[in-house]
Design a protein around this ligand. Structure first.
Ligand SMILES: NC(=O)c1ccc[n+]([C@@H]2O[C@H](COP(=O)([O-])OP(=O)(O)OC[C@H]3O[C@@H](n4cnc5c(N)ncnc54)[C@H](OP(=O)(O)O)[C@@H]3O)[C@@H](O)[C@H]2O)c1
Length: 328
């Protein structure tokens, strides 16, 4: 089968399209023919091995060379074969999953415990947009943020892959939502349900004098101390992402948030989807929201499989409006 193999750390041309062996499913695994995958900042962080500080951390991507050979954290596809202990899926079933790695290939093996039926009302491309980004938004709002109906919620970075899901999920939980985005995406963020949109080129949400119960910080564009000004006294700040950087960021932003947590009245939490163990139940919850029409994936661009390096280059620019997906 064909797969993009990561040769070394570096820019998108370190990804080689090669013939590699087709994986064989273990007893509790399902072999899926990948029909679509998606690209996110997670891929280029792993591709470049940046920030460098992450290479030194436990569970990091590898000190000198990447440990991961095939990137690609999301997948939607069709079951090709199942291991002998698999009971829930059969060949031909349409499925999706958050893989963390391996999605930039024609086939992938997924544990049955991590695979979910594809939402019936989505194409493969739309379904591949969901797993990592929407699970992050759900984790940040519901689990770490403890979102409640009627709360005032601010989503900083509302127009990107995670943000477009976060705005819709927060609305589905009955919150009053403010989205922060750039000038090109104000209409987009309003169209997906935000009650108020702040254009960061015109206004600084931390200086508007409004206070929110929950701030989901995806962009990490303002210092944590400034963000806390925009929270109620008992409000919750959930850090998801931060500014880009080669050496430290966004890790520095995350640490600066967590470092003040014990000393302030506000709750400060980190959403880390890669460490989340409840991926399958979360995909099933998202499927309900999607099939009820409360959440619709926003797709900026769809690239063919051969153009995965170009798609990663586009996501690296940092201004995708929704998700960037790959069709196989
Ligand atoms: N913790 C986790 O588990 C987890 C999971 C997924 C992602 N992340 C992190 O979350 C971040 C975003 O991921 P993503 O997939 O949503 O990325 P994305 O699709 O590339 O979106 C990034 C968005 O950031 C917005 N943005 C840029 N500058 C901004 C500013 N000054 N103020 C507000 N928004 C700004 C852009 O909006 P405009 O184009 O409108 O400027 C763009 O839509 C990344 O740092 C990523 O690594 C963390």
């Amino acid at each position: 089968m064909k797969a993009f193999v990561l040769r070394s750390y570096g820019p998108p041309d370190v990804l080689d399209l090669r013939d590699v062996g087709k994986p064989v499913p273990g007893d509790d695994e399902v072999l899926v023919r990948v029909r679509a995958t998606s690209v996110q900042p997670y891929d280029w962080h792993l591709m470049r091995g940046e920030p460098y500080v992450a290479r030194l951390m436990a569970g990091g991507p590898g000190l000198r060379r990447p440990d991961i050979r095939v990137l690609g954290a999301d997948m939607a596809g069709q079951v090709e074969a199942v291991g002998r202990d698999v009971t829930e899926f059969s060949p031909g079933d349409e499925v999706f999953a958050m893989l963390r790695q391996g999605g930039f290939a024609e086939y992938v093996c997924v544990r049955e415990a991590e695979l979910a039926p594809k939402p019936g009302n989505l194409s493969f491309e739309q379904a591949a947009a969901v797993p990592l980004a929407a699970c992050t938004a759900l984790l940040g709002l519901r689990d770490e943020g403890r979102i409640q109906q009627g709360q005032r919620v601010l989503v900083n970075g509302a127009s990107g892959g995670v943000g477009t899901f976060a705005v819709q999920i927060a609305k589905a939980f009955g919150a009053e939502v403010t989205g922060v985005c750039g000038p090109r995406n104000v209409d987009l963020v309003r169209s997906i349900g935000a009650d108020e949109v702040v254009d960061y080129a015109k206004e600084d949400f931390t200086r508007k004098g409004r206070r929110y119960d929950l701030l989901l910080d995806i962009a990490g564009s303002r210092p944590v101390s400034a963000c806390r000004r925009a929270l109620t006294r008992e409000g919750t700040y959930v850090v998801v992402g931060g500014p880009g950087g080669r050496w430290l960021q966004p890790v520095g932003h995350v640490f600066s948030a967590l470092a003040v947590a014990p000393f302030v009245s506000q709750r400060i939490r980190l959403a880390n989807v890669v460490r989340c163990k409840r991926t399958k139940p979360n995909l099933l919850t998202l499927t309900e929201l999607i099939e009820d029409g409360k959440v619709v994936p926003v797709i900026d661009r769809c690239y063919p499989f051969e153009e995965i390096p170009a798609a990663i280059g586009y996501v690296e620019e940092g201004h995708a409006a929704g998700k960037v997906v790959i069709a196989l």
